[in-house]
Design a protein around this ligand. Structure first.
Ligand code: UDP
Length: 646
């Protein structure tokens, strides 16, 4: 029962009620009647281990079920994220194991039929648990002629609304679908796109990002004109419009400052750095990204995510003897890459089940055809590229445990080394797999020879490169850094590459003022009484324990401030880290991540537009693939509260 699962899981997480709630509600195995089949994450980890072991057994040097369990148990080392965590070995839900999909393609027609087809595909993927992204640059701009009763077209915005509404419709067992809509800055409606979410309550079901090219950035820097076209970048456009690049840029900056959107995708950097784009002639041209931006994808490709918990590789954390165990890390990265490849085999089984389900439905063939063709296309692309999303979480805790201050030069250097090590170990594992399992079918060393990421790999490990040329590689692209939203709640660590949000915060619980021994700290506007209690960030508590500091005492605010000041989290939280060095860190790490990085630069409420402008420009200059800024309090409904800050 739920009650039982809650009780045992609370014990498992040592009293962490947030982790417990998220696991029981989102990830524990349950049927559509709400009957729950797993009591603690241990049961889930055995479920996952036995499925991955079943795939391993097909190949040489198979990992055993026990080995896999030991790697994933307690969210300590290797953590399959969201979709694989719920979906593997789960016969109650016919769902996909992919966290991310992109659909559509740049040259498709913008007929009403094709717009509705994308709408249907989006829903079909979300219903199977995927996050979806697609690009709108092929839709004709507002006011264009159409040869039907409308005479002129409505432009992008109404279609954004449509796709957003569809997303809001789809429920995914306790969560909503997630959507990314992108458009090229070269599109004549880019300005309307950028403004579309400003009105309260509009397009709430989608994240929006603008694809910005280098020519636009140069025009911004030199305050020059820039020509938008339809079709975008066409040498023979039906429509074109010359604008002041700076004016449009200022609008992007203003809106991001005001409401945290649009996000920016530095499109030339994405395409130039992307290994799959070397196979553009085979349909691997990147066109958009998944909802949080960490996986740029070509149409009908998908990606599954996994996070390695970096904190766990720190030996003697928070002591002067603290050190990072690179050997163990490299070994585990190799296993993680293999497990991700195994999960692709599990995913193809899942897609087979989805196809059987479609075929057995009594609906007519014409109704089923879009859905069926969609999954066939996804199946084909999955097997052609065997793309994986091996990433990390707990970067912030790792640095703190090593007594490195997040954002400092020393920390950036160390993080870069960790991500370089990760990249080389993952690629090595993928090359080893190519020897045992075969390379991804379209691998061609000459195609990717001059790709900058591959070049970097070659310079750092020439022997690995030679082996790759000889045997190929199992996976077309391997790495990412996802937000790890719920994953990091369960690993009880900082998320992705972010610094700690708050090392110490207050939570409130409702109390009955008439009960004995009750403390009422706060009465709300409807008269309910609340008790406030201190919650320490999990590894802040580890730091306290290592230093013999009492973790049960009810500290005053002054005492808390003093504690934070003494800790390695001091001036290294998302609210007080040096923003510019955070952007530089992202750029440095990006060199070793073949997909992208999801990161938000948090700035204080009184940050100026000029600061946002500088951060965005810097992000482009240092080689980030994308950037988002969140100004404290700029968007309602986001979990940020100034009262709770230290
Ligand atoms: N995602 C989604 N809906 C959600 C959360 C995530 O579709 O509610 C997808 C989306 O593509 C996102 C990716 O999963 O970019 C990874 O998100 P995150 O790292 O936060 O996943 P988690 O840690 O929750 O598994």
């Amino acid at each position: 029962s739920y009650e039982e699962a809650n009780r045992y899981t609370l014990e498992y997480f040592k009293g962490d009620d947030l982790a417990t709630r998220v696991w029981v509600n989102k990830y524990a195995l349950k049927d559509s009647q709400g009957k729950i089949y797993e009591r603690t994450p241990d049961d889930m980890h055995w479920r996952i281990a036995s499925e991955i072991a079943r795939v391993e057994a097909k190949y040489p040097d198979a990992l055993s079920k026990q080995q896999i369990f030991d790697l994933i148990k307690n969210f300590q080392y290797i953590i399959p994220q969201g979709s694989p965590m719920t979906g593997i070995g789960n016969d109650f839900q016919i769902a996909s194991l992919s966290n991310c999909f992109v659909i559509g393609n740049g040259t498709q027609s913008d007929s009403y039929g094709s717009i509705m087809k994308i709408d249907e595909e989006q829903v079909q993927l979300m219903k199977r648990r995927g996050g979806v992204g697609h690009d709108l640059s092929h839709i004709r701009p507002k006011g264009s002629a159409v040869k039907n009763s409308a005479l002129t077209s409505t432009g992008l915005v109404p279609f954004m609304e449509r796709y957003s509404n569809s997303t809001r419709e789809v429920a995914q067992d306790g969560r909503r679908g997630a959507l990314m809509l992108s458009v090229s800055i070269n599109h004549p409606d880019a300005e309307d796109f950028i403004d579309a979410k400003l009105e309260q309550g509009k397009i709430t079901g989608a994240n929006i990002s603008v694809r910005i090219d280098d020519a636009f950035m140069e025009a911004v820097r030199q305050d020059k004109e820039y020509t938008q076209k339809y079709p975008v970048f066409s040498s023979n456009p039906k429509f074109s419009k010359t604008i002041k690049a700076r004016e449009l840029w200022n609008k992007i900056v203003h809106n991001a400052w005001k409401s945290a959107e649009p996000g920016i995708l530095f499109w030339d950097t994405i395409q130039k750095e992307s290994v799959p784009d070397c196979y553009a002639d085979l349909g691997f041209e990147t066109v958009s990204t998944n909802p949080c931006g960490e996986i740029p994808l070509c149409p009908y490709d998908s990606c599954r995510l996994l996070a390695i918990n970096l904190y766990s590789y720190v030996k003697n954390p928070f002591t002067p003897e603290a050190e990072f165990d690179f050997e163990l890390f490299k070994e585990h990265v190799g296993y993680a890459q293999r497990m991700m490849d195994d999960i692709i085999d599990l995913e193809t089984e899942k897609i087979q089940t989805i196809l059987e389900k479609i075929d057995s439905d009594p609906e007519g063939d014409s109704i089923k055809s879009t859905e069926r063709t969609l999954w066939e296309k996804i199946q084909a692309k999955t097997l052609e590229g065997r793309r994986t999303g091996v990433g990390i979480t707990a970067e912030g805790d790792m640095l703190a445990a090593l007594n490195l201050k997040y954002g400092s030069e020393e920390a950036v250097k160390f993080s870069t080394l960790v991500h370089k090590t990760l990249a080389l170990a993952a690629y090595r594992s993928s090359v080893e797999m190519a020897k045992q399992r075969g390379a991804f079918p379209v691998y061609d060393a000459t195609k990717e020879m001059s790709n900058p990421f591959i070049q970097r790999l070659r310079q750092s490990d020439p022997a690995l490169y030679e082996e790759m040329v000889q045997h190929g590689r199992r996976n077309i692209a391997l790495l990412t850094i996802a937000p790890t939203g719920s994953t990091s709640l369960m690993s009880q660590t900082t998320s992705g590459i972010e610094p700690v949000f708050l090392p110490v915060y207050k939570r409130r619980r409702k109390v009955n003022p008439n009960d004995k021994d009750v403390r009422v700290d706060f009465v709300d506007e409807v008269g309910d009484s609340w008790e406030e209690y201190i919650v320490f960030h999990h590894h802040f508590k580890t730091w306290m324990k290592v230093n013999g500091i009492d973790t049960d005492k009810n500290y005053s605010q002054d005492e808390i401030n003093e504690l934070i000041e003494k800790s390695p989290y001091h001036q290294a939280t998302s609210n007080d880290v040096d923003w510019l060095s955070k952007v530089k860190m992202q750029g440095a790490i990006q060199k070793w991540v073949d997909h992208s990085i999801s990161v938000t630069i948090n700035v204080p409420h009184d940050a100026t537009e000029k600061l946002v402008d500088e951060l965005y420009l810097k992000a482009w200059e240092v080689g980030c693939k994308g950037v988002t800024v969140y100004r404290d309090g700029s968007r309602s409904g986001v979990l940020v509260s100034t009262q709770e800050k230290k």
